[in-house]
Design a protein around this ligand. Structure first.
Ligand SMILES: C[S@@+](CC[C@H](N)C(=O)[O-])C[C@H]1O[C@@H](n2cnc3c(N)ncnc32)[C@H](O)[C@@H]1O
Length: 412
């Protein structure tokens, strides 16, 4: 779904929207910080019993149906008020797309359709509208490039391309592909976090990063300023992949905010699963239901009414019957021997709790997009402070990728 009516965010609107979202997130943090998966009862349920009862009565299928658009759920107040505010605060425009010259059809070989469509949309957005700067770039740099599909698309047919990537297999296969389409392409084995990324940033006239995680994109933002790169197009991803315990704001407004975001908070925008397959969803549901059942069990077995973190488990674990899975997990957590159990009943309780958890999580889900926009606006404001012109908007529909916020920055 694309929000085509709203304007792109730029100029003073960046700061204004950031402050509005900041106020909203701070005011409601006792709501969105609560995690139904680890807490049997949420504190806000006592304040809003009608909403809690309504959500707890819904089925797993109901929750699934509302997952992508929680703001549309006709739940009792104050849900609808929060939803309306979240929707208003998250509304951003869509970048106009340039009609680009068609690329050779075989360029798409070996690229998943969804990734190819993301690349087409990214390239169209970067070179559309008034942004002649990007349209005339002659030296593209692809940051955390993978095989460099995006950079290659942009540089084709005659511009120069440099790709930075630290997986040597991706570097060599990317180089082999680029040779077929570009006369001047270099795929460099490089840890972008090291000083080796400085020179490529200095010589490029436009750097692009599609789905660069946490520290990889915040480091890029700082480095384009230090190395005086003229233009940047960034689609951030995995905000929680950071070394620090908390998000380190970049802009003055971010520093002034009282909002402290730990890695768990930073994972909230990533909980939208619009691109998961049916099989992936089934496995996710089974894993969650069994873990919730285990949680109910361990509270009794340990006689401690507290969530006990469990490690991530490979898909093979879930081929076992529930009873064996529980016993193996209990052994991992040094809880064996266990008292006699009605395993069927415990598993059923896990599934029942899953339906409640997934419905209660719809409250948190309202805050996914405002939180994500807060992060991207902090980054946009930082670039603005450093003298860039900046625009923030969507570059493709969420169905193509839920990480569809694009930050464009260029020096006038
Ligand atoms: C999510 S993928 C995105 C790849 C590509 N931009 C795309 O959209 O298809 C992130 C890429 O960053 C690379 N990467 C991770 N850490 C890196 C680092 N420190 N330096 C360079 N590349 C890194 C990974 O190997 C991976 O190819």
């Amino acid at each position: 779904m694309l929000n085509s009516d709203a304007p792109l965010l730029s100029g003073d609107a960046l700061r204004q929207r950031f402050l509005e979202i900041d106020t909203f997130l701070l005011a409601q943090q006792s709501i969105w910080r609560e995690k139904p998966f680890t807490q049997l009862r949420l504190h806000w349920e006592a304040d809003f019993p009608e909403l809690a009862v309504w959500l707890r009565a819904r089925s797993l299928a109901d929750a699934e149906a509302s997952h992508s658009v929680p703001t549309a759920l006709p739940a009792p107040q104050p849900f609808t008020d929060w939803a309306r505010q979240a929707e208003q605060l998250s509304s951003v425009g869509v970048f106009p797309h340039a009609a680009l010259r068609a690329r050779p059809a075989r360029m798409q070989n070996g690229i998943a359709l969804r990734k190819w469509q993301q690349i087409e949309a990214f390239a169209g957005a970067v070179q559309g509208g008034e942004r002649q700067y990007f349209a005339s770039a002659q030296q593209w740099l692809d940051w955390c490039a993978g095989k460099g599909h995006l950079g290659r698309y942009l540089a084709w047919p005659t511009a120069q391309l440099e790709c930075l990537e630290f997986n040597s297999e991706l570097v060599s296969s990317g180089q082999a592909i680029s040779q077929k389409y570009l006369s001047q392409a270099v795929h460099t084995l490089c840890d972008v976090m090291s000083s080796a990324s400085a020179a490529p940033l200095q010589r490029s006239d436009a750097v692009v990063a599609l789905h660069a995680c946490g520290d990889l994109h915040t480091h890029l933002l700082r480095q384009v300023c230090v190395q005086q790169t003229p233009a940047l197009a960034l689609v951030p991803c995995c905000y929680n992949r950071i070394q620090a315990e908390f998000y380190q704001p970049l802009s003055a407004a971010g520093h002034a905010s009282a909002l402290q975001l730990d890695r768990d908070d930073l994972a909230l925008p990533l909980t939208a699963t619009v691109t998961a397959t049916l099989r992936e969803r089934r496995l996710r549901d089974q894993s969650m239901a069994w873990r919730l059942a285990f949680d109910l069990g361990q509270r009794k077995w340990r006689a401690i009414d507290e969530y006990l973190p469990t490690p991530s488990l490979s898909a093979q674990w879930f081929n076992k019957p529930f009873e064996q899975w529980c016993l193996d997990l209990a052994a991992l957590k040094h809880l064996v021997p266990l008292p006699k159990q009605n395993w069927l009943e415990l598993e059923a309780q896990g599934w029942q709790r899953l339906a409640q958890v997934r419905n209660l999580e719809l409250v948190r889900a309202l805050f996914r997009r405002p939180l994500e926009l807060w992060l991207v606006l902090d980054q946009a404001l930082f670039l603005q402070e450093q003298g860039f012109s900046v625009a923030v908007g969507e570059f493709c529909a969420t169905e193509l990728t839920p990480r569809n916020l694009l930050l464009l920055a260029w020096r006038d």
